[in-house]
Ligand binder design. Structure first.
Ligand code: UDP
Ligand code: MN
Length: 352
């Protein structure tokens, strides 16, 4: 050890004369430095504390609940916070979610279920991309506190891409089309235009949503639009609205950077609009995946192609605020399973 320290000193004091006198001092200083470094790495000793600006530690006598309740928005519309049942005049919300078997399907649906369970008067139409309903989704919905409808339809070969994975993500075909259409058909078979009121909203199984959005979309008279975080290849995509509640322009990638943006009349993500149920029921022929001329929708065009059947840019209703995002087009990363091969889980008895 002493030798190693002396070689270290030699690096810094190349002159032999100086070294003779300074060696002893150098060893002492280096030893102290090393000890301090090891001590710090192991988190030992009393650390000097800086002025802590965040919430007080849990053990403090201060009441943490009170601390976090300061300036809290009004959440009285939530089930948990409200003591009275929702009013009969509150428009119902129908949420259509396509879902497919993948590693993170259970966590995505669990998270979405628990968010939606906070919202009153909501029906969740979950449509699996599968010939038959799977046990995983059936079980999950049976435990979920949300009124739900479980459907399944397998994606036809028309919508399957033959490209390998990274290319498929970039240039592949549209996803979840037949599943969303199955949700629309279910609504048309089960509700009558004359005596039904409600709002229809599409959300992917892997998106994230702030429950306050539902209070906004319930106001939808025809078609409403709002911001979506992380959509369109930008931080957020959505309408820029005037004080009259109409769309002035769009915050969306321009034609220069996006191969499809220029041709989207209504450049919005699937989670960025809601349609009143009466429009869906009044036009039973309208399905996702076809534009107004009857041509198949291209990648990135599903939303505008659907909305152009029902509305025009001028009629769109703005919801939420220009400066806030209440829904995010997120994607759940594939987990790291590199050791699963050596240590296979008992997946039959543990549902992950
Ligand atoms: N989806 C599906 N079948 C598939 C791929 C996706 O039903 O083969 C569903 C998926 O679960 C999600 C929606 O379609 O709810 C959109 O798919 P994804 O999230 O992969 O697309 P992106 O968000 O990248 O547009
Ligand atoms: Mn998605």
């Amino acid at each position: 050890m002493r030798r190693a320290l002396m070689s270290l000193c030699r690096l810094f004091l190349p002159d032999a004369g100086l070294r003779r006198y300074a060696n002893a001092l150098c060893v002492v200083v280096a030893t102290n430095l090393l000890t301090a470094l090891v001590f710090y790495q192991h988190g030992g000793g009393e650390r000097t504390t800086r002025n802590w600006v965040g919430p007080q530690p849990y053990s403090s006598s201060r009441n943490c609940t009170q601390l976090y309740n300061l300036n809290r928005p009004d959440y009285s519309f939530l089930y948990r916070a409200s003591s009275s049942p929702p009013s009969p005049s509150l428009p119902a919300v129908f949420v259509i979610t396509p879902t497919h078997t993948c590693t993170t399907q259970k966590v995505d649906l669990t998270s979405l279920c628990q968010t939606l369970s906070l919202v009153p008067k909501l029906t969740w139409i979950v449509v699996e991309d599968s010939r038959t309903k799977t046990k995983l989704v059936s079980h999950l919905l049976s435990k979920c506190m949300v009124e739900s409808v479980h459907l399944s339809v397998a994606t036809s070969t028309k919508y399957k891409s033959s490209l390998p994975w990274p290319l498929y993500r970039m240039f592949g075909t549209v996803r979840g089309v037949e599943q969303r259409n199955a949700g629309l058909r279910w609504l048309r078979e089960n509700y009558h235009p004359k005596n039904s009121s409600g709002v229809v909203y599409f959300i992917d199984d892997d998106n994230k949503i702030d429950v306050r959005l539902f209070s906004e979309i319930r106001k939808t008279k025809e078609v409403s639009v709002f911001n979506v975080g992380f959509a369109g290849g930008v931080y957020y995509e959505g309408p820029v609205c005037g004080e009259d509640g109409r769309v002035r322009e769009w915050h969306s990638p321009s034609a220069e950077w996006s191969i499809w943006a220029s041709s989207r009349k209504i450049p919005i993500d699937m989670a960025g609009f809601a349609v009143n149920l009466h429009l869906i029921l009044a036009r039973p022929e309208v399905l996702i995946g076809r534009d107004v001329r009857g041509a198949d929708s291209r990648v990135g065009q599903l939303e505008t192609d659907l909305l152009e059947h029902f509305t025009t840019r001028e009629r769109l209703e703005c919801r939420g605020s220009n400066s806030e995002v209440l829904v995010w087009h997120t994607k759940t990363a594939d987990p790291n399973l590199k050791h699963e091969f050596h240590y296979p889980s008992d997946r039959a008895s543990v549902a992950v």
